[in-house]
Unconditional design. Structure first.
Length: 149
């Protein structure tokens, strides 16, 4: 199993795993193709988790310039159910946070839903703390932030 940053050459596979995430969580507000491409070309970034040459997970970093504190956001963290428990979500988040730190971001934000108990516990173990709403995502009920060292 491995985690690597996606490039434009990965666009089809990356789009497929993000769409799988969207369906699995019944996401209403989805990225269009132009926005998605910014995750592959910059200023955002996207990482893929692979097992036996197959893409089985992903995570996206999106800059949040409007927050004014060197902020970025975690989006679309997903690992296929058959591959959960193997440390891939941890590896995806490690890659995203290391990149964010190296890129000069000082804080990482995320939103989630209150029924995603395992995800909330996972984020809390990583040092994310609950904060007031910072975006207008209609499905999100919990908002979190972690300051990077």
């Amino acid at each position: 199993m491995s985690v690597r940053r996606a490039t434009l050459a990965d666009e089809t596979a990356a789009w497929a795993i993000v769409e799988e995430y969207n369906r699995a969580l019944d996401i209403v507000v989805r990225d269009d193709a132009a926005t998605f491409r910014k995750y592959l070309e910059g200023p955002g970034a996207l990482w893929l988790a692979e097992a036996a040459g197959e893409v089985v997970g992903c995570v996206v970093l999106r800059p949040l310039p409007d927050l004014g504190d060197g902020a970025c956001e975690v989006k679309r963290l997903y690992v296929r159910p058959a591959h959960r428990g193997a440390g891939l979500a941890e590896a995806l988040m490690d890659a995203l946070e290391a990149f964010a730190r190296d890129a000069g971001y000082r804080a990482v934000y995320l939103d989630t839903k209150d029924d995603l108990h395992a995800a909330i516990r996972f984020y809390e173990r990583r040092g994310y703390e609950r904060i007031p709403r910072y975006n207008d995502n209609p499905q999100a009920t919990i908002f979190m932030r972690r300051t990077l060292d």
